[in-house]
Ligand binder design. Structure first.
Ligand SMILES: [Zn+2]
Length: 262
């Protein structure tokens, strides 16, 4: 099962801009999160249209997905209009025959993302976009809020929101393709990014991680009778997923260890 994950725009093409944000950055961030989460589904292969701020034409993207033989082309974007429009919408190709599986996929994905994204529903739409038309496989394009709307943009700036939106896309894919996670749902692997006697130190560590797009929480724990504030840089359904995030955090100079919940 192959998913071509298209982070919209990139490089010279910033996409929409507004409120200090560029669409190309939000799209790439979402795509990288979706890829990370899909690592828990061993039957899924993911190819990203870009993993960096690279310029890449729409034609190259669809050619790549077609020659790779992707089962789904999923394109991630944000919208812009006049600064007053807001909300979530998604698109499929406007000339699909009735009963096309793409419509079912859209319905599933739409419900999942809408439930998580916390902004108004603009509906399931159809359009004659290049990536929808020129891809040989079912293709869906999601517009995850309006970058030029202050409320939507405020959410886009929050790593926790982007994590939630990415997770909702994954939930949609899980349902569409009946994906099975490699790990049991009861288990979890926490990344511990420090334990501090002073709460302020833990909160500072948490803020540092969050500023680097890593969702972190602080939990009060008692270790041999001593109260400590533990910084948890996410809970991951598999050790592999935790390890990959661990490497990313290490690049920031923060060492972590993995704690398995049971
Ligand atoms: Zn776009």
């Amino acid at each position: 099962m192959k998913i071509y994950l298209d982070a919209g725009h990139g490089g010279e093409d910033s996409g929409a801009i507004g409120n200090g944000l560029q669409e190309k950055e939000v799209a790439l961030d979402l795509a990288l999160r979706v890829r990370r989460m899909l690592r828990d589904y061993p039957q899924v292969l993911v190819k990203l249209s870009r993993t960096t701020d690279a310029t890449k034409s729409l034609r190259v993207r669809t050619n790549e997905a077609n020659s790779w033989g992707a089962n789904l082309f999923l394109s991630l974007h944000c919208n812009a209009f006049n600064g007053r429009a807001r909300g979530y919408e998604d698109f499929i190709y406007n000339k699909l025959p009735a009963g096309s599986v793409t419509r079912n996929y859209q319905t599933i994905l739409h419900e999942k993302v809408l439930r998580a994204i916390g902004i108004p529903n603009r509906g399931k739409k159809q359009a004659n976009f290049h990536v929808l038309r020129e891809s040989n496989m079912p293709a869906i394009l999601t517009e995850n809020g309006f970058i030029d709307h202050p409320e939507d943009a405020k959410l886009m700036k929050q790593a926790a929101w982007r994590e939630k939106v990415a997770a909702a896309h994954v939930e949609g894919l899980v349902e569409i393709f009946n994906l099975k996670s490699s790990s049991s749902s009861k288990e979890g692997y926490q990344l511990i990014a420090g334990s501090f006697a002073k709460k302020a130190n833990a909160t500072a560590r948490q803020a540092l991680l969050t500023s680097k797009q890593i969702p972190a929480t602080v939990k009060e724990v008692s270790i041999t009778g001593k109260k400590l504030y533990r910084v948890i840089a996410g809970t991951y359904p598999s050790r592999t997923a935790a390890e990959s995030e661990q490497r990313r955090i290490l690049q920031m100079g923060i060492e972590t260890f993995i704690l398995q919940n049971s």
